[in-house]
Design a protein around this ligand. Structure first.
Ligand SMILES: *Cc1c(COP(=O)(O)O)cnc(C)c1O
Length: 368
């Protein structure tokens, strides 16, 4: 953890995003934000108090994330996407004791949950995950009704939900999403009190037909569009800016170069600043010579290769820059050249990867 790097997290932006998502899904659909991977790098410790009263539940990836939410005092619905199959018995037992809803994606996962429920003399709530085309986790649609029957016949297991996940909800072509949806609807058991859910952020933003009983948006909660191909623009607000301080500023003469491989040449007498952040802190190395940071609102190009814990920026055109000045590495303004979505484009990746990488290794501070 580096104290001189700060992720400033805006609670008001997250509250705005939740309100926007609520307004599109309406009052009959439950909202279950996905807070896996430390809230996609934005920091569970700062965001939990913001989110806890605004949601109908939380979804996480791993059992320990689920237990962490209980430790923080959350008493509501928690869905764990992955299996506790490989965790030790104590974790498996605790999931049942703490009433965490677990995902059944195979017979062996079901058997291990049943065994844990036996050990603690409790009942485990589960949601069945169905693979309708994503080709990842879940029982194949053809096996779903068998599996539903098996779960319903298993003592100590209560089937409270069924879900699937879309492979292409963030793409312009909707055909594949709708065929996944139709397949999913066809295997949902009738007349049961089972929560049906499918929608991630892209589907929540763009495809009302997918809402069913509950939606599971992740990236949209934090204020980013999952891709550039969505038709709806909901005015989500990015909630994170990443700040550092320049540790040195100096003159370099025309013709000098910068960084490993000397990939950048200064074509005039220049001033450079060094920021104490690099790929070890999650700032992508392939942003070298491409991205900008901002200092006092002015753009400073990243010049030369990004190192593990430092990078050099050109401050020649910014008057009065000194060591100690604040560097805005990531801006929470979605029109800024150093916003997450733009950095994702430049690094040829998705906003998710930018925030997951950059959120680690630094202090998270709630600013409003
Ligand atoms: C991560 C995840 C989500 C959230 O996806 P976003 O694109 O961030 O909205 C929803 N459901 C499942 C199963 C996931 O793994």
């Amino acid at each position: 953890m580096k104290n001189y790097l700060t992720a400033s997290i805006s609670g008001s932006a997250v509250r705005h995003n939740i309100a926007v998502l609520r307004s599109v899904i309406g009052v009959d659909v439950k909202l279950c934000p996905v807070v896996k991977d430390d809230c996609f790098g934005h920091g569970m410790d700062v965001l939990y108090p913001v989110l806890a009263d605004l949601v109908d539940g939380f979804a996480v990836a791993s059992p320990l994330e689920a237990l962490d939410l209980r430790n923080k005092g959350f008493e509501g619905f928690i869905l764990c996407f992955l299996s506790a199959y490989f965790d030790d018995f104590e974790v498996q037992n605790e999931l049942v004791r703490q009433g965490i809803t677990q995902t059944v994606m195979s017979k062996s996962a079901l058997a291990s949950i049943e065994a844990a429920a036996d050990r603690v003399n409790g009942t485990a709530r589960v949601h069945l995950k169905v693979d309708t085309g994503m080709g990842r986790l879940g029982v194949l649609a053809a096996q779903a009704s068998d599996m539903i029957k098996t779960i319903q016949e298993t003592d100590r297991i209560e089937l409270t939900g069924i879900y699937t996940h879309f492979a292409t909800a963030d793409e312009a072509d909707r055909d594949s999403v709708f065929s996944q949806l139709e397949l999913f609807k066809s295997i949902i058991p009738e007349g049961t009190e089972i929560t049906r859910h499918a929608a991630n952020s892209a589907a929540t933003i763009d495809l009302p037909d997918t809402y069913l009983d509950m939606v599971r948006p992740g990236i949209a909660v934090y204020g980013y569009n999952p891709s550039d191909q969505l038709r709806n623009q909901l005015g989500l607000k990015p909630c994170m800016s990443v700040l550092a301080k320049l540790i040195a500023v100096k003159h370099v003469p025309e013709g000098s170069r910068s960084g490993y491989g000397l990939t950048h040449e200064f074509h005039r007498d220049s001033r450079i600043g060094v920021a104490p952040i690099g790929y070890g802190d999650g700032y992508f190395r392939n942003l070298s010579n491409k991205a900008v940071v901002r200092i006092g609102g002015h753009e400073a190009p990243v010049c030369g290769r990004v190192s593990m814990d430092q990078m050099t920026v050109d401050v020649t055109d910014i008057p009065g820059v000194q060591a100690g000045d604040e560097v805005e590495v990531i801006s929470s303004d979605s029109n800024a050249p150093n916003c997450v979505e733009n950095l994702a484009r430049l690094a040829d990746t998705i906003p998710y990867e930018i925030t997951c990488h950059l959120g680690h290794n630094m202090r998270h501070v709630l600013i409003d």
